[in-house]
Design a protein around this ligand. Structure first.
Ligand SMILES: *Cc1c(COP(=O)(O)O)cnc(C)c1O
Length: 388
């Protein structure tokens, strides 16, 4: 009731993914579940309690607003780490609530110091190092100032971690750049130790690095996309595939299972005679007597307009093409070849129906979107519900 589509989240898929990832990283490494972007579209409110049930106790977000959402959604105590934006006022809030955050420049380190002194609690800080991505991060020539500031304010700052982020571990095109970043990271952490910052968790791996560069699995990993059941890229999957020594592609069973299944219903059906344009404009002309079904989802719901005359959905276990342009709230599909379709029939936009599956990959390749982008474009307003 009161929605035109629904996103089902599979508990079994999530458990499978988390177990697979735990196997991969070993028992000692902390698993930080990355839940920025509304838990990659899965819904932060829905995702956090279930992930906690599955044993996750560390979450990473981009901003203080997202940290607040985790705080409100959690059902048990957990660590929360802000990897991105936080403003001055939020710094005090974070310290007060024992939320960890990245520090990537001296200005923020000073501000952290002030915030912690004001609150009267230690700030939980992760020093982000500039190793070559050239986005955010402390450059090497500032490390001695950083160490001085921290050591001379022993009661305000606790260095919980020292980290960096790779500039594209999902593509071998970046191989040398990543190697260089690793080298810089090692040298800079060594320097911090010599400067007197002795104990901290090292963390550098995202999903892609966890698979493509196993030695980047250190004290903690920050895994986003893989826990939701997606490989960061085809290359990362191939890397794993080759590493597993599987000889026959047919024998390969994907260890990652998609958590999301997005479904709707047929809203209306009709038959249109040959030689008619369908929907807005003149982008689709019928060449035969055509059965058309209307589905009440459109670009507002994250079904990209670029999938006009290109995307497909599943109805009655079969794939049917989108015809005409994607509207704000509707798409039209051609069901002529699949027999009787009725109002109310289930429609799967992403995920499995019977033997067929619309993967995010096909969805995103056609529309030229990244996996990540398709997921986070799913509006928060679509209800999410857990299924077994
Ligand atoms: C998003 C993000 C991650 C997780 O990346 P995935 O590819 O989804 O695993 C890790 N670290 C940082 C800093 C990030 O921004």
């Amino acid at each position: 009731m009161f929605h035109t589509s629904i996103i089902e989240l599979s508990e079994r898929a999530l458990r499978t993914n988390l177990e697979f990832l735990r196997d991969r990283i070993g028992p000692k490494t902390i698993f930080s579940s990355v839940v920025k972007g509304n838990a990659y579209g899965h819904g932060i409110n829905n995702f956090i309690p279930k992930a906690q049930e599955c044993g996750v106790d560390h979450f990473s977000v981009f901003s203080a607003g997202e940290a607040l959402a985790v705080l409100e959604a959690r059902t048990e105590p957990c660590e929360i780490m802000i990897m991105g934006y936080i403003d001055e006022a939020e710094l005090e809030w974070a310290v007060e609530n024992e939320i960890a955050f990245y520090v990537f420049d001296l200005e923020r380190l000073h501000a952290t110091n002030r915030a912690a002194a004001h609150v009267g609690k230690k700030a939980k800080v992760h020093l982000e190092l500039e190793t070559g991505m050239n986005r955010t991060g402390l450059p090497e020539d500032q490390l001695s100032d950083v160490a001085d500031l921290i050591l001379n304010n022993g009661n305000t700052i606790s260095v919980d971690g020292v980290c960096t982020h790779f500039a594209g571990a999902e593509s071998t095109a970046n191989y040398w750049r990543i190697q260089k970043q690793l080298k810089n990271y090692r040298r800079m952490t060594g320097k911090l130790k010599r400067l007197g910052i002795k104990t901290f968790a090292k963390h550098i791996a995202s999903s892609a690095a966890t698979f493509a560069y196993p030695k980047t699995i250190q004290d903690m990993v920050r895994v986003g996309i893989a826990q939701y059941g997606y490989w960061p890229s085809q290359e990362t999957l191939m890397h794993y595939f080759l590493e597993s020594g599987i000889e026959d592609v047919e024998d390969y069973v994907d260890p990652l299972k998609r958590v999301i299944r997005w479904k709707s219903r047929v809203m209306s059906v009709k038959t249109v005679k040959p030689g008619e344009y369908i929907g807005y404009g003149i982008s689709f002309l019928t060449t035969r007597s055509t059965h058309i079904a209307t589905i009440p989802i459109g670009y507002w719901h994250g079904f990209a307009r670029s999938l006009s005359n290109l995307g497909s959905v599943l109805v009655r276990g079969q794939r049917v093409p989108v015809i005409g342009t994607v509207n704000m709230n509707m798409i039209l599909v051609d069901t002529t070849d699949i027999g009787q379709v009725q109002t109310g029939d289930e429609v799967v936009i992403i995920g499995k129906q019977g033997e067929q599956e619309i993967s995010l990959g096909t969805f995103s390749d056609l529309g030229q979107y990244l996996n990540y982008e398709v997921l986070v474009r799913l509006p928060a307003e679509i209800p999410r519900t857990w299924v077994a």
